[in-house]
Design a protein around this ligand. Structure first.
Ligand SMILES: [Zn+2]
Length: 104
């Protein structure tokens, strides 16, 4: 999604802001879609939190030029949400070193 967004901005810049919004929200919500296919989701609330942070960033994305520093604040929401998703991936999808050693 980031690569797609970069190519979009390179080709169209500010022309179709709804496309940018679509890329952004797809990036935010797609990890949470994984949750819908899982039977045990009790430890995956970080994915939902990341999606919520992405979603809250839309307020600043849509008010660029109205709220001071809205674009910068939007980037902070995006970076925070990406960090939360990264943390969830690292915490739940990668085995801990002790689990890894147990399987050897
Ligand atoms: Zn920017």
């Amino acid at each position: 999604m980031a690569a797609g967004g970069t190519i979009y901005v390179f080709l169209y810049h500010e022309k179709y802001k709804v496309v940018k919004l679509f890329f952004y929200l797809t990036m935010g919500f797609s990890p949470a879609l994984v949750e819908t296919s899982m039977s045990n989701t009790e430890r995956l609330h970080e994915l939902a939190c990341g999606g919520l942070i992405y979603f809250l960033g839309v307020v600043f994305f849509k008010n660029d030029g109205i709220i001071p520093f809205a674009h910068v604040i939007w980037h902070l929401f995006m970076a925070t949400a990406a960090a939360v998703h990264y943390y969830a991936t690292w915490k739940y999808l990668y085995p801990s070193p002790t689990d890894f050693m147990r399987h050897l």
